[in-house]
Ligand binder design. Structure first.
Ligand code: PTT
Ligand code: SF4
Length: 609
């Protein structure tokens, strides 16, 4: 392998064949990398398959920023057809595996087929081995990684699944470094269905850079700039945990299955409570604003806390003590389950139990029974746990409790409650993997304050101005586009306001391209349309604008006299479609596809237009 870093490594677990192929230059120019590359591969290769069958493919895609000392550039995209949603699914994980994948010479890794017996992959530059994981199967993710590092050394990159992935829990994630998680839409279950326990990567090559002097100068400047930005000190203290107090104050916190928006015990689970318990910090590679805050949980073990984890496993299930929340969070990491979906599934079961619809589920706030149910779900131990392991959409359909289910397109809503926030509701409803805040965290803009600012009171009034649709698209271009394609952490920009220009200049120095911000936004729009077409194709055209509605609860339940207005929301959605060039059913028009250089999808999508 001499082509250096722009190769795809393909591993077939059916016949154990390993091949290498170049990524076409024009594909990279159109889709850049990360999510863009993954979406293109899935469109081309994964059509009309059961997500948990051998025909699904796991795509692990790096971007131009990986393997180099770029600002917070240690991220990696994990993608597949989602077992949770049946559509496009991906997640973004900070891991040494991203550095090693590029240094081993690859831009992406495609895993196809399925092994009969448990295996793991060891990739060291050009050498790829498929090895028995019989001795690892059944272990949690922490123990799996520890054992693999005993064999291969502390500095290798490891991605692994736990019992949840093995047992095909539909919201199983992939874990790295005991606290980095990625792949909310069930990417861990896809790995489990292939009997692939782990991937270990060691790369020793240089990643090529087109203009090395410019790259060195830019990255040196940017690393020096980050600690000087306003908000840095507070960020280093609380990280994403600063959001809890802010969400509570602004009636955006999910409390007891999103039935309430303020938590009476918020003080005992907020960023300040975390600071008092913090024992150390961890982070992703190449980051100089690390945000992984580690506390000791009720059992005296380390647990890495983030806002989403704490909001969904604390207030949303009624648990008021951070050391208890930390146990549930650690178990999710060890079992390899998404904390957001887990919090949603538990809250769904708790509400159903309190209303007398189901038995054997804990009441809100019952810590001991919660711990028990978490373990039952990871192993699909009994009938209820087995139902819940399929996520809230499938569970609510089986139990005929759809009104209690907080999801969009099957992906559970993350930790922002939207009775009074139409832009954030639109962001959830149109996010390209289901209800995730990652692509357009528009709520801070909508409220007009942000978690790291001094506590200025918001004068927020509910409104549905078309500007909100524009803002959602703009954020989807930056967060869901630029950062997911590069692949770099978006938090230097989101939290500290690092200027976006740096990213364009560094991209050009690495690739030798002459891209403008507009070129990147065009690529982002292209990827969004391609992913939308993927969903439409996999749903065989059974698609309409209701797919882009947020959970019904926000339209029907009055919280302090406030709820979303469906007709107004629908108008806002119409504005969103107009900006995107999608028709009134939310499908990209032929003209849009041509303009976005997506002509190759037209033959398959035309019939659904
Ligand atoms: C992400 C989602 C999030 S978003 C959180 S906390 W967050 C949850 N974290 C989980 C966890 O932890 N353990 C677990 N078992 N499940 C978890 N599920 C949830 O997953 C994460 C950071 C964070 S912390 C955020 S906002 C940013 N996300 C980024 C992103 O999506 N893209 C990008 N280019 N940069 C980002 N930077 C930040 O990364 P998913 P990580 Mg994550 C323990 O996985 O599927 O994308 O969902 O990657 O390395 O853990 O870093 O308040
Ligand atoms: Fe990772 Fe946090 Fe740094 Fe982003 S800011 S790269 S999530 S440690």
């Amino acid at each position: 392998n001499k082509e250096g870093s722009t190769l795809i490594l393909r591993v077939n677990l059916n016949n154990r064949k390993v091949t290498v192929e170049p990524v076409a230059e024009d594909v990279l120019k159109l889709f850049i990398g990360g999510r863009g590359l993954a979406a293109k591969i899935l469109w081309d290769e994964v059509k009309d398959v059961d997500p948990l069958s051998a025909e699904n493919k796991l795509v692990i895609a790096a971007g131009p920023f990986n393997g180099l000392r770029t600002p917070s550039g240690g991220k990696l995209v994990l993608a597949a057809k989602s077992p949770l949603t049946g559509g496009y699914g991906d997640g973004n994980i900070g891991t040494l595996a991203s550095v090693h994948l590029r240094k081993a010479g690859y831009m992406a890794l495609i895993i196809e087929g399925a092994s009969e017996k448990p295996v793991y992959l060891y990739i060291e530059d050009d050498n790829v081995s498929i090895l028995s994981a019989e001795g690892l199967w059944g272990l949690d993710t922490f123990e799996t990684e520890r054992r693999l590092k005993q064999i291969y050394g502390e500095n290798v990159g490891v991605l692994s699944i736990g019992p949840a992935g093995e047992n095909l829990v539909r919201f199983a994630v992939v874990i790295s470094q005991e606290g980095r998680a990625g792949g909310r839409p069930g990417i861990g279950a896809v790995m489990g269905s292939k009997k692939l326990k782990a991937i270990v990567i060691k790369g020793t090559k240089e990643v090529p850079v087109a203009d090395k002097p410019a790259f060195d100068k830019l990255t040196q400047e940017v690393f020096l700039r980050i600690p000087k930005l306003a908000g840095y000190q507070f960020w280093m203290r609380q990280g994403t945990m600063a959001t809890l107090e802010w969400a509570n104050k602004n009636k955006a916190l999910p409390v007891r299955n999103f039935l309430q928006t303020k938590f009476e015990y918020s003080r005992t689970v907020d960023g300040y409570a975390m600071e008092a318990m913090k024992v150390k910090k961890r982070g992703c590679p190449n980051c100089n604003m690390i945000c992984g805050n580690i506390v000791l949980d009720k059992e005296g073990k380390e647990s890495e806390l983030d806002y989403e984890n704490v909001a969904m496993l604390g207030p949303n299930i009624g648990i008021p003590f951070l050391n208890q929340v930390a146990v549930v969070n650690r178990l999710a990491d060890q079992y390899g389950m998404d904390t957001i979906s887990l919090g949603a599934v538990l809250a769904f079961a708790m509400e159903a139990a309190e209303k007398g619809y189901i038995k054997d589920a804990p009441k809100f706030g019952d810590y001991e029974k919660t711990i028990d149910l978490v373990t039952r779900i990871a192993y699909r131990k009994d009938e209820l746990a087995d139902i819940l392991a399929d996520g809230v959409k499938i569970a609510s359909e089986k139990l005929n409790l759809q009104d209690l289910a907080m999801h969009v397109k099957g992906l559970e809503v993350s930790a922002y409650n939207c009775y009074i926030y139409p832009a954030m509701a639109l962001a959830y409803a149109t996010c390209c993997i289901g209800a995730h805040h990652k692509d357009a965290w528009v709520i801070a803009w909508e409220i007009g304050t942000s978690p790291l600012e001094e506590s200025s009171e918001s004068k927020y009034e509910i409104s549905y101005s078309p500007q909100k649709a524009l803002k959602v698209v703009e954020l989807q271009r930056i967060r869901g586009g630029l950062f997911e394609m590069l692949t770099a952490c978006r938090l230097p920009w989101v939290e500290l306001g690092l200027e976006l220009d740096w990213y364009v200049k560094i991209l050009n120095a690495i690739t030798g391209w002459n891209y403008s911000m507009e070129d990147i936004y065009n690529a982002a729009d292209r990827v969004y349309s391609l992913i939308r077409c993927y969903w439409v194709r996999e749903y065989k055209g059974n698609w309409d604008r209701k797919m882009d509605y947020p959970p019904e609860r926000w339209f029907t339940l009055d919280v302090e006299g406030k709820k979303l207005d469906k007709a107004e929301y629908d108008k806002l959605l119409g504005e969103y479609y107009k900006i995107r060039g999608w028709n009134e059913r939310g499908i990209p028009t032929k003209q849009t596809l041509q303009m976005q250089k997506l002509d190759f999808v037209i033959p398959e999508i035309e019939k659904y237009l």
